[in-house]
Design a protein around this ligand. Structure first.
Ligand code: NAI
Ligand code: OAA
Length: 312
């Protein structure tokens, strides 16, 4: 198994580090445009191998795509992160060109790869990759919902003073401060509704905190988060390479599911060796479905920017 991670910055390096520690591949290639950067990160990580006891070979490359040849899974994290006060959507002008160029270069050398898109604005970057590459839809997956759901479970566990591992909860919709939809009605504590334990106002606050979870961290850190994003990317890679059939909210190309067409947005999907294999119908109620439709309008507006930029 060979995995490439494009972008050796905060998220890409963390993702590669997690992949190596979990020994998900015999070889991990980090690729970055910044001279020597990926090579340096790879060497630093390799020097943890005897300390951590993993046997994955990590190499770095400055923009030499031949080194990525024959990858089974490719994670794309290249592009700018936001700064405090910015939205993810404001990154489109720079990141769209980067993501399209990178994805096309990767495909030339890894025609069978499954693509995991992380760069923001992620739903639109996933749509762009789908349109630009012309691959079967199941091989293009956007990572956002896995992270947002993990944050949702964190905030729930804080409110309930319990272990986050006792909580199930999913965030669907767009991966944006105003477009994501934490499904509070369906969240459970050890199989029982969380509304048994916290009042409606607290639940509303949990949902609101989840939605701006990325912005909160960006304000604290001065750039966006990387530990949970890198771990979420690696967890999805793990589901693919180990054919786990785990369910992750992920941005995938919709053809009528959840009432939407010709758009990539976060819905619960089964992830396994073929990429995303099946969309799960969570049977949203009217209010949730309306929120999903509103979220889709906003994501579609961003996709239209790609048309203006002549990228799709
Ligand atoms: N989908 C999600 O849930 C999340 C998405 N993100 C997004 O991931 C992206 C990366 O974030 P960070 O790692 O924090 O940024 P970073 O700035 O630390 O790393 C980005 C790397 O991409 C590289 N890069 C730029 N253009 C490139 C190209 N053409 N080819 C190869 N490499 C190139 C840069 O040299 C840099 O090393 C951002 O767009 C950020 O918004 C971040 C966190 C979560
Ligand atoms: O907040 C950001 O810009 C990065 C991101 O997508 C996240 O951490 O959810």
């Amino acid at each position: 198994m060979k995995i490439t991670v494009v972008g050796a910055g905060a998220v890409g390096a963390t993702c590669a580090d997690n992949i190596a520690r979990k020994e998900l591949a015999s070889e991990v290639v980090l690729l970055d445009i910044k001279e020597g950067f990926a090579e340096g990160k790879a060497m630093d990580m390799m020097q943890t191998a005897t300390l951590l006891g993993f046997d994955t070979k990590i190499t770095g490359s400055t923009n030499d795509y031949t080194k990525t040849a024959g990858s089974d899974v490719v994670v794309i994290t290249s592009g700018l992160p936001r700064k405090p006060g910015m939205t993810r959507e404001e990154l489109i002008g720079i990141n769209a060109g980067i993501v399209k160029g990178v994805a096309e270069n990767i495909l030339k050398h890894s025609p069978n790869a499954i693509f995991l898109i992380i760069s923001n604005p992620m739903d639109t970057m996933t749509y762009l990759a789908f349109k630009a590459l012309g691959l079967p839809k199941n091989r293009i997956i956007g990572m956002g919902g896995a992270l947002d759901s993990s944050r949702f479970k964190y905030y729930l566990s804080q409110a309930m003073n319990c272990s986050p591992n006792e909580i199930h909860g999913t965030v669907v919709g767009g991966h944006g401060d105003t477009t994501m939809i934490p499904l509070t009605r369906l969240a459970t504590y050890n199989g029982t509704p969380v509304s048994n334990y916290i009042d409606a106002d607290t639940l509303k606050k949990v949902a609101a905190d989840t939605m701006v979870g990325g912005a909160t961290l960006t304000g604290l850190l001065g750039t966006s988060a990387w530990y949970a994003p890198g771990a979420a990317g690696a967890a999805m890679v793990e589901a693919i390479v180990r054919d786990e059939k785990r369910v992750f909210a992920s941005s995938v190309y919709l053809e009528g599911e959840y009432g939407q067409n010709d758009i990539c947005m976060g819905v619960p999907v089964v992830v396994g060796k073929n990429g995303w294999e099946k969309i799960i119908d969570f049977k949203l109620n009217e209010e949730e479905q309306a929120a999903f439709a509103k979220s889709a309008d906003a994501v579609r507006n961003m996709n239209n920017v790609l048309v203006d930029m002549k990228l799709v």
